[in-house]
Design a protein around this ligand. Structure first.
Ligand code: PEP
Ligand code: MN
Length: 338
């Protein structure tokens, strides 16, 4: 429920309502604006209906929040959220590129990768230490050692780091090294994990599950937001369809759709979305053109030797070209890459 107070309503009057909301076991939200104050009440819809909040004289209007996701919805917050990863902002007016290898493989590999992507203009370093692989026989990541190597690469280049967390037991360990916690496609509906990252103070990159609807994705974001962490970036990374020519089908409809429904930033992963190196540049351009807030791209110093996702990883010079071309499209969209 959204409660719009009259212009002349005072803070004391707002406090009266906030207390009523709280006393009924609902969650009160206080959102002062330059024109007027808006309150929110989240919880059981039947209790909300019985409160008759519109009968208070200082209340202008009471509106239901129709979407099942409340905090993630534009109904509750109309302005775009800006997510901050150390000194990097993700949101309106900017186009943020996260890049690096699929997995951290060695100190030399991750430090080289970090230097390569930084030189080309990427703002955040990616790299998996805990890898959720489809096969138990594939490289599973260097785990804690990989996190330490990411920190070294981050120190060497000054780039903040995004890395995946696959299990609630590693929250403290991963948080010590990561500037942003990535929830992978396979864990998008691991609700305990979502709650755990929701309680952490780190920004979260939430990737869409490969069979998840937009609604599922936004409900997963809601799990994080409802635990008090408002710093969530959504990521379209391709879905399973009948098409097997590409690894996944990159669903760019997601960008304008999610933009309309939610205030959270949306980035695109053309690497997992296509699985084919040569498709990454055209789909990155398409992502920038349809209004994405950024990209996450796999880049490897030697993709032919990569321990995971080599076929979709860009060669360093391909990534530099991508950054040059993206800058022009982003500019047309009113976004800068710095
Ligand atoms: C990744 O980005 O490293 C990854 C495993 O992606 P996804 O969870 O989208 O498959
Ligand atoms: Mn990968």
């Amino acid at each position: 429920m959204i409660i719009i107070l009259k212009r002349e309503a005072t803070k004391e009057q707002a406090d009266v309502l906030l207390k009523v909301i709280k006393d009924h076991g609902l969650e009160p939200l206080y959102m002062p604006g330059s024109e007027r104050t808006v309150l929110g009440a989240l919880g059981d819809e039947r209790v909300l209906a019985d409160l008759s909040l519109d009968s208070y004289p200082f209340v202008d209007r009471v509106l239901p929040i129709l979407s099942p996701y409340k905090r993630a919805s534009r109904e509750l917050q109309s302005h775009d959220t800006v997510v901050r990863v150390r000194d990097v902002s993700i949101g309106p007016g900017r186009f943020t590129v996260m890049a690096g290898p699929c997995a951290v493989e060695s100190e030399e590999q991750i430090v080289d990768s970090a230097r390569i992507v930084k030189a080309a203009g990427a703002q955040i370093l990616r790299g998996g230490a805990f890898k959720p692989r489809s096969s138990p026989y594939s490289f599973q990541g260097l785990e804690e050692e990989g996190l330490t190597l990411l920190s070294i690469a981050s120190r060497e280049t000054g780039l903040p780091v995004v890395t995946e967390i696959t299990d609630i037991h590693y929250i403290d360990t991963v948080s010590k090294h990561a500037d942003m916690l990535q929830i992978g496609a396979r864990n998008m509906q691991n609700f305990r994990l979502l709650q755990e990252v929701g309680r952490s103070k780190k920004p979260v990159l939430l990737k869409r599950g490969m069979s998840a609807t937009y609604n599922d994705l936004l409900m997963s974001a809601e799990y994080i937001l409802s635990e008090g962490n408002s710093q969530v970036v959504l990521c379209e990374r391709g879905i399973r369809t009948f098409e097997h020519g590409t690894r996944n089908t990159l669903d760019l409809n997601a960008v304008p759709y999610l933009r309309e429904k939610s205030h959270l930033p949306i980035i695109v992963d053309p690497s997992h979305g296509t699985g084919i190196r040569d498709l990454v540049l055209p789909m990155s351009k398409a992502a920038a053109a349809c209004g994405a807030d950024g990209l996450i791209v796999e880049v490897h110093p030697h993709p032919d030797r990569a321990l995971s996702d080599g076929p979709q990883s860009l060669f360093p010079e391909q990534f530099s070209r991508l950054m040059e071309q993206i800058a022009r499209i982003a500019e047309l969209e009113g976004r800068s890459l710095t």
